[in-house]
Design a protein around this ligand. Structure first.
Ligand code: XMP
Length: 326
């Protein structure tokens, strides 16, 4: 593939000035490549696709059509933020597809992790295909490919590309950030005016909460997981941990234990809290969260989230525990 090697002379983008120069260069390159044609982008709301969207909106405005597929496994408030930032603030051409029922119906009763991933990946492509078939005159497909994706496309992370689109989609690719490292993508995103929280968010797996609602997903347990995760994120934000800890989340297993609430027997699921630090996700260490914060998070989750009656903490480094539970 041509142009897939980062030139040795390319300076690392570390500040607004360098980011602006990169943006100006890419805006021109995209305009030259695309002309007056339309470009389609699957916008998950993750860092890479969001930065590509903002860059392309700047370059070609309404010639960009963004499709946001809500697979029902997003974190609390995520799809809403995509609509707010891209649909409203940036006035993008945004198609929002709420495919929650489709995904959850397909996943019903499926407990095996890799089958869950496969179903989510395949269904995503189907929904995206259906939406793009409704559109006319699309000549280009934009993707948030970044440099590590190119370097690592040797199969190691093959299972991670849930948003991967079928090769038979006969469209030319627009990949404006494909030579950038993640930290550079973030600097460029801020220079484009995206919210700080969107650009510096922690990694989130493509199959979303689907791999954290352990075993066969049910709507009530998924709801409990989403609420508990939102509390965890809120408390990490408040306590200055959100940007200190690389990845932190809740997983909810498919079993209950006995507890007491309001003087009565209360059976509920445990919320498993995991907070890890890593450089490349190949190995990970455990962040030592101060006990007062853990007590507060436990108190909030067990009182505010219907269905959860315990909070436990996973202090297993990787290896031997992977970061996600499935
Ligand atoms: P593991 O669990 O393998 O995770 O230690 C390493 C990093 O990859 C993320 N992860 C995924 N990302 N699709 C993704 O896009 C996936 O299926 C997937 N599984 C794990 C995980 O969150 C961590 O950052």
């Amino acid at each position: 593939m041509e142009n897939n090697k980062r030139p040795e002379t390319m300076e690392r983008i570390t500040n607004n000035e360098l980011a602006q120069a990169f943006i100006a260069e890419q805006v021109e390159a995209v305009r030259n490549q695309v002309g007056d044609k339309k470009v389609l982008l699957a916008l998950s709301g993750g860092v890479d696709s969001s930065v590509v969207a903002a860059l392309l909106i700047k370059a070609i405005g309404k010639q960009l059509v963004c499709v946001h597929v809500n697979h029902g496994l997003m974190r609390k408030g995520e799809s809403e933020q995509v609509i707010e930032v891209f649909g409203k603030a940036l006035d993008a051409n945004l198609i929002y597809v709420d495919a929650t029922d489709r995904f959850l119906d397909k996943l019903a009763g499926v407990a095996e992790p890799e089958r869950k991933r496969k179903i989510i990946g395949e269904e995503f492509i189907k929904v995206f295909d259906e939406e793009s078939a409704k559109l006319e005159g699309i000549s280009f497909l934009a993707q948030g490919t970044i440099y590590p994706d190119i370097i690592e496309s040797d199969g190691v992370k093959a299972h991670h590309n849930v948003g991967g689109l079928p090769e038979e989609m006969e469209m030319q690719l627009v990949e404006p950030v494909k030579l950038l490292y993640k930290d550079e993508v973030r600097v460029v995103g801020e220079a484009l005016g995206l919210p700080h929280g969107m650009v510096y968010r922690q990694p989130f797996p493509g199959p979303g909460l689907g791999v954290r609602c352990l075993g066969a997903i049910t709507r009530d347990r998924l709801h409990a997981l989403r609420e508990a995760d939102a509390i965890l994120r809120e408390e990490f934000d408040k306590n200055g941990l959100a940007e200190k800890v690389w990845q932190y989340f809740i997983a909810v297993p498919d079993f209950k234990s006995v507890g007491v609430r309001d003087g009565k027997r209360y059976e509920g699921w445990p919320a498993i809290l995991r907070a890890v630090n890593t450089v490349d996700a190949m190995t990970a260490t455990i962040e030592e969260i101060p006990y007062p914060i853990l007590h507060h998070i436990t108190d909030r989750i067990t009182h505010e989230v219907e269905g959860i009656n315990r909070v436990v903490m996973d202090i297993t480094p990787k290896p031997i525990g992977t970061i996600e539970w499935e």
